[in-house]
Design a protein around this ligand. Structure first.
Ligand code: GAR
Length: 221
C-alpha cells in the first residue's frame, strides 16, 4: 500500500468542507494524512474542527505583516515545512499573492461556489439568481495567479428552483460541495490527476476537454 497523501487545508470560516474531508478520511474512503489546518482568522470554526480531529493548527494574522506578499510567503513556508504534498483551499477567503503562490501551482486546489468561469469572486449565489440562471454549481480548480481562474478539474451542478433565495441556494449547493471536494482529492491521492500547464488538467495521463462532473459521489467525464 502506498502511504497516504499529505494534505494541508486553509480555511477562513466554519470549515464544513474541511469536515467533509475529515469525515471521508475517517470513513476510510480518502487516503490522506492531514498535516496542517491553517487560517487567516483565529476565530475560524475550521480551527476548532481541526483541534477536535487532532490535526496541527496554524492561525496567522495578516495585520502583523507589512504586505500581502510577506504574509503569504511566511504562510507558504510554514506549509512547505510540514511536507504537505497538496494544499486545499476550503473556504479560504484571502486573495493570494501571485509570486508567493507560484511554487504551489499544480499542488494547490480551491473549491469555489460557482460554475466557473462564471462568477469569479464573491456573492456567487446572488449573482446566479440575479442573472436568472437555470442552474448553479460548484467548481474545484487548480490555483494559479489569476483569481478563480486556474484550470477547472471538476464541477457539481444543481438546478435553480422557484423558491430559491441566496441562503437556501448556498445551503443546497454546500451538500454537493461536500461530495465534490473529497472526490477530487481522492483522484489526486490515487495519482490519477495532474495539472497540465498552463491551463489544463490531465486524468490518467489524458488531457480533459471539459471538467469532470459529479454524479452521486463519483466523478465522470
Ligand atoms: C464554501 O461554499 C466554498 O465554496 C466557499 O466558501 C464556503 C466555505 O464554507 N469558497 C469561496 O467562496 C472561495 N472563493 P465552509 O467553511 O463551510 O467550508
Amino acid at each position: 500500500m502506498s502511504s497516504p497523501l499529505r494534505i494541508a487545508v486553509l480555511a477562513s470560516g466554519r470549515g464544513s468542507n474541511l469536515q467533509a474531508l475529515i469525515a471521508a478520511r475517517d470513513a476510510g474512503t480518502l487516503p490522506v494524512e492531514f498535516v496542517l489546518v491553517g487560517s487567516d482568522k483565529a476565530s475560524a470554526g475550521a480551527l476548532d474542527l481541526a483541534q477536535a480531529a487532532g490535526i496541527p493548527r496554524l492561525a496567522l494574522n495578516p495585520k502583523a505583516y507589512p504586505s500581502r506578499r510577506d504574509f503569504d510567503l511566511d504562510l507558504f513556508a510554514r506549509i512547505e515545512a510540514t511536507g504537505a504534498e497538496l494544499l486545499v483551499l476550503a473556504g479560504y477567503m484571502r486573495i493570494l499573492d501571485g509570486e508567493a503562490l507560484h511554487p504551489w501551482v499544480g499542488r494547490m486546489i480551491n473549491i469555489h461556489p460557482s460554475l466557473l468561469p462564471k462568477y469569479r469572486g464573491l456573492h456567487t449565489h446572488r449573482r446566479a439568481l440575479e442573472a436568472g440562471d437555470l442552474e448553479h454549481g460548484a467548481s474545484v480548480h487548480y490555483v494559479t495567479a489569476e483569481l478563480d481562474g486556474g484550470p477547472v478539474i471538476a464541477q457539481a451542478r444543481i438546478g435553480i428552483e422557484a423558491g430559491d433565495h441566496e441562503d437556501l441556494l448556498a445551503q443546497r449547493l454546500l451538500a454537493y460541495e461536500h461530495r465534490l471536494l473529497p472526490a477530487v482529492v481522492r483522484l489526486i491521492a490515487a495519482s490519477r490527476l495532474a495539472y497540465a500547464a498552463p491551463d489544463g488538467v490531465a486524468l490518467d495521463g489524458e488531457r480533459l476537454s471539459a471538467p469532470l462532473e459529479l454524479r452521486g459521489d463519483e466523478l465522470r467525464r
